[in-house]
Design a protein around this ligand. Structure first.
Ligand SMILES: Nc1nc2c(ncn2[C@@H]2O[C@H](COP(=O)(O)OP(=O)(O)OP(=O)(O)O)[C@@H](O)[C@H]2O)c(=O)[nH]1
Ligand SMILES: [Mg+2]
Length: 316
């Protein structure tokens, strides 16, 4: 019995998330190998789609990265890491993902935006290090306009500066972002927190909020040497996305991978994300979690979900 085609499509999409180049090509070929060989119908459509993906991946591998600063969006949200040179942005990127990136004890180690995927509560979120914003960037000094363009595309910002540095070390960056007219939800990461004694760190966090003309939603002291602090940063980044995580339940089993949905999403929105047909035939659901009054509560299509809900979608 082959896997139902809808399940296959979903599994295929998930297995391709975050993959590029030869890795993506290999996964597509494996998927093509697993696909039943019907000439017509939904499986044939899937084959056509996968073969198209092979071509599109090859084309991207040839053209991307040559000299463009564009960052291809991946994952549920895109979060930019911005800060003065040497603030520890690349180190954070590395600590939060499995990317290998050059870090160095000097300014401008990173010269172009670098994306990396991190998993937060089962959902992939894209982090992008924005390098080298110098004074005058909004007038294109140091190629600043393209870098600010990447920032403009992001969903939210994590400002980074070393905890031991004065708040003014972020002034240039904040000034350029403001001059470019970019306003996004943002938090401040006080990096290299291990370099300060506890009281000094507390004081640094307390004084940090005067930092920004842009409203900050939080200040997180973080060190790449301290996993707990990295966990807190992850959680803060998740809040910045403004998304909720919802886990579908099918046949009594809860899916490992949650779906990321916008705040205010309903059971019908979740069903539609699983598949448009499911969205159309959805009559409601059963819900476990904070939006339910009791475990397994039967709700209608319009029931609003919250972060962490588990939902069994009911169809006609
Ligand atoms: N003690 C300590 N050092 C850190 C930490 N994070 C980064 N560093 C050091 O700070 C220096 C700069 O780190 P990078 O990650 O390259 O900083 P960056 O902001 O990416 O720098 P540019 O790309 O040059 O703008 C390196 O020597 C890192 O080893 C940390 O949490 N604790
Ligand atoms: Mg860097």
């Amino acid at each position: 019995m082959p896997m139902p085609h809808r399940t296959f499509a979903e599994v295929a999409k998930r297995r391709l998330v975050g993959k590029e180049g030869s890795d993506r090509l290999a996964t597509i070929r494996t998927l093509l190998g697993e696909l039943p060989g019907y000439r017509n119908g939904p499986y044939a459509d899937l084959r056509k789609w996968l073969e198209g993906e092979l071509d599109r991946t090859r084309v991207r591998a040839k053209i991307v990265h040559r000299d463009s600063l564009q960052v291809r969006r991946e994952g549920a949200a895109q979060i930019a890491l911005v800060g003065p040179p040497n603030a520890g942005k690349s180190s954070l990127l590395q600590a939060l993902s499995d990317i290998q990136i050059k870090t160095g004890d000097y300014a401008f180690t990173t010269l172009r935006p670098v994306p990396a995927l991190t998993r937060i509560g089962g959902v992939l979120v894209q982090l992008v290090e924005i390098p080298g914003l110098i004074e005058g960037a909004h007038e294109d000094r140091g190629g600043g306009r393209a870098l600010l363009g990447v920032l403009r595309n992001a969903d939210a910002i994590v400002y980074c500066r070393a905890a031991a540095e004065p708040p003014s070390s972020l002034d240039v960056v904040l000034g350029e972002v403001a001059a470019a007219g970019i306003e996004k939800r943002a938090i401040l990461a006080l990096t290299k927190a291990d370099e300060l004694a506890d009281d000094d760190l507390e004081r640094a966090v307390g004084n940090a909020c005067g930092d920004s003309t842009q409203a900050l939603e939080g200040v997180i002291a973080v060190s790449v040497l301290d996993d707990e602090s990295l966990g807190r940063l992850r959680d803060a980044i998740w809040s910045l996305t403004g998304l909720i995580r919802v886990q579908p339940r099918r046949g009594g089993r809860v899916d490992d991978e949650p779906f990321a949905l916008p705040q205010g999403a309903t059971v019908a929105d979740l069903a539609d994300r699983v598949h448009h047909d499911v969205g159309r035939s959805c009559t409601g659901g059963r819900v476990w979690g904070l939006s339910a009054r009791f475990d397994g509560q039967r709700v209608g299509r319009g029931h609003v979900l919250v972060d962490g809900d588990v939902v069994e979608v009911l169809v006609r």
